[in-house]
Design a protein around this ligand. Sequence first.
Ligand SMILES: [Zn+2]
Length: 250
Amino acid sequence: MDGYSDGIILRQTKILGGRRMVTLFSKEFGKISAGTRIDERGKSKAALSMRPFVHGRYEIRELRGNHYINSAEVVRSYYKIGEDVDKFMACSYVLEFLGKITQEDQPVPRLFDMTCDFFDVMERRKSHFGTLVMAYIVKAVSEIGYEPEIGHCVSCGRERPAAAFSVKDGGILCEECLRRLNTERESLIYEVDFGIVGILRYFLENPFEAFEKLALEENEQKRMKEIMKKYSAYYLDLGDLKSEGFMADN
Ligand SMILES: [Zn+2]
């Protein structure tokens, strides 16, 4: 896979001999692990592209099954993300989430573009960072094939108003099906009102720039978080996220 790709550094670790191992979410090749000699603490332009929240362009070489980043340059640095602790935490959570939901060597170019759009809007935002994170989770899980069904009841298939959201069935339940399933004591069913379904639809149908001024109310945010947390954990192997505190406290 020799070539150039745009990308975002997800994480990096130091290894012996002044080298580093980085996990790069590249637009062309998907998530890859690569060795590099470029030090993020350096003063060069290449160094800056090794930092988090930077959209970079990376020269990737493959040698005997291992990847190396030989050179890199910054396309855009979302440096303002680092100027606010809460914003930084929210964006760190998204990077970690992105690292967990993507597979090695499987490109998802739209998810890459979406992540850059998220950073762009986040950089300018002053408050309610959690609203954007919720939008990111909903859009990201949809991008990799787990879009929640909100148009039809997932049990009977009819176009009915939503009475609940079933994590296991991946979408909304109508009043009738909710009553039936509830008596069977199904877990992972959350009662929802039109507000929550409307928010999901709004997230799914609009780009990030449309959310620039959107702020969920505290109660909506709490419900969305509860549902999306269970939803993403059910479909994706998230394990323990280090920035999990973000999902717990905000
Ligand atoms: Zn139904």
